[in-house]
Design a protein around this ligand. Structure first.
Ligand SMILES: Cc1cc2nc3c(=O)[nH]c(=O)nc-3n(C[C@H](O)[C@H](O)[C@H](O)COP(=O)(O)OP(=O)(O)OC[C@H]3O[C@@H](n4cnc5c(N)ncnc54)[C@H](O)[C@@H]3O)c2cc1C
Length: 381
């Protein structure tokens, strides 16, 4: 039997959250970091996301969190030619009276950055939208999107350049000793005083290895890519009333995501194709957004695993098992929120003062026995 190798901190998960945790740990001076990923990095939720980084929902977050996330993404894009941040106007479309009331409520989040327009003004500004169906729209002028795979790989590559060790190994067991954990993979075992569980849809399984019951549920989120017959120009849109959102790719294709979301009983046994019901739903509903989207060819589709929590907020921070940290439960927003999550984990591990208000995300708000239903995808009001 070989002697376990020692690392100061082990991060489990090579998605955007694990990458951001490793990056921020190194930045905080925690040198000896091992990141374990069982598959290809960014091959799960992080590589399958729509890549919305800043949308009207960003305004629901503390201003320092919103600003830090954007600044971090800008700094990564500045250093990596293959990461581009595309600025856009996010159009939140209301189709019902209730939807219009919701838009009026959302307007209060930030009346400087958000603008409410009726269907006539929307028709003047963006004639591509189907204003026969839409009653009103909320415009968020600071929307940003990117390719989430390139972003994740860029953050990972910087973490590696700063000294993180990345190994493709699946964690099969975690044993708690007096002061240390022994983390076992199929190839090796490692000793460490600190473990960060950033395993997304698998984080519940990993937490249970150290006796923690985590109230997280993996759920589906799906995307279709539509190729318009003629060249069109459509800005970002969110349609909570019909549960769809979308944006245009650089090549003109339109990516449409959302629909209803179902719980995934076993994240390892999961089809990464969009389901037939979702394809059907998009084909029936998409004309309500813009007539031109009805005249398109389906060129791609996929499904990914998001991780839901009872209150739809992520779980970030220390647990009752000393040295075991959680960074999971990002639902449909982990790409956008990864910078602040990684920084908060680094603050905890390096015992620095916390950069953001942390209580809303602290693991101690749950006891692990919560029962909850998974709501629809990220687009519900
Ligand atoms: C279709 C879709 C659209 C989305 N759109 C957006 C969007 O526009 N904006 C946004 O911000 N978010 C979006 N999201 C959500 C976002 O993708 C997630 O919140 C985010 O990627 C979560 O990152 P993660 O690192 O926690 O999870 P993941 O990327 O799933 O990474 C977890 C990693 O842990 C690894 N792992 C698991 N178990 C083990 C083990 N035992 N040993 C070693 N490694 C292990 C997995 O292989 C995986 O790579 C979307 C998600 C989907 C599916």
């Amino acid at each position: 039997m070989t002697t376990p190798t020692k690392f100061d901190t082990i991060v489990i998960g090579g998605g955007i959250i694990g990458a951001s945790c490793a990056w921020h740990l190194l930045e905080a001076g925690v040198d000896n970091v091992l990141l374990l990923e069982k598959d290809t990095p960014a091959s799960k939720a992080s590589g399958r996301a729509a890549g919305h980084l800043s949308t009207y929902t960003s305004r629901k977050f503390e201003e320092s969190i919103r600003r830090y996330c954007i600044e971090f993404h800008e700094s990564i894009a500045a250093r990596h030619d293959n990461v581009s941040l595309r600025e856009d106007v996010d159009h939140v479309l209301a189709y019902t009276e209730r939807g219009v009331e919701k838009l009026e409520e959302l307007l209060k989040l930030d009346s400087e950055k958000l603008t409410l327009v009726d269907r006539c003004e929307l028709a003047n500004r963006e004639p591509v939208f189907n204003t026969e169906e839409i009653l009103a729209a909320l415009l968020y002028e600071e929307a940003v999107h990117t390719d989430p795979y390139s972003l994740t790989m860029a953050v990972l590559s910087e973490a590696k350049e700063s000294g993180a060790t990345l190994r493709t190994e699946e964690v099969t067991d975690i044993e708690c000793g007096e002061d240390e954990f022994t983390v076992t993979t199929e190839d090796a075992s490692y000793e460490t005083s600190t473990v960060v569980n950033a395993a997304g849809a698998w984080s519940g399984d990993l937490a249970s290895m150290v006796g923690i019951s985590l109230p997280v549920k993996p759920r589906t989120s799906q995307i279709v890519v539509l190729e318009p017959r003629d060249s069109i120009n459509i800005p970002m849109f969110h349609c909570p009333d019909i549960g769809l959102y979308g944006r245009q790719e650089l090549n003109g294709d339109v990516l449409v995501g959302g629909g209803t979301s179902t719980v995934i009983p076993d994240p390892d046994n999961f089809s990464t194709n969009a389901r037939e019901e979702f394809l059907q739903y998009v084909s029936e509903q998409v004309w309500k957004i813009a007539d031109v989207l009805d005249d398109t060819r389906l060129v791609n589709h996929w499904a990914g695993r998001c991780t839901a929590t009872p209150d739809r907020r992520p779980i970030i921070g220390p647990t009752d098992v000393s040295g075991f940290y959680l960074c999971t439960g990002f639902n449909g927003g982990g790409v956008a929120r990864s910078p602040f999550a990684g920084k908060l984990i680094a603050d905890y591990v390096a015992e620095r003062s916390l950069s953001f208000t942390a209580e809303p995300y602290h693991p101690n708000r749950f006891n692990g026995r919560e029962r909850f239903d998974v709501k629809s995808a990220s687009t519900d009001w």
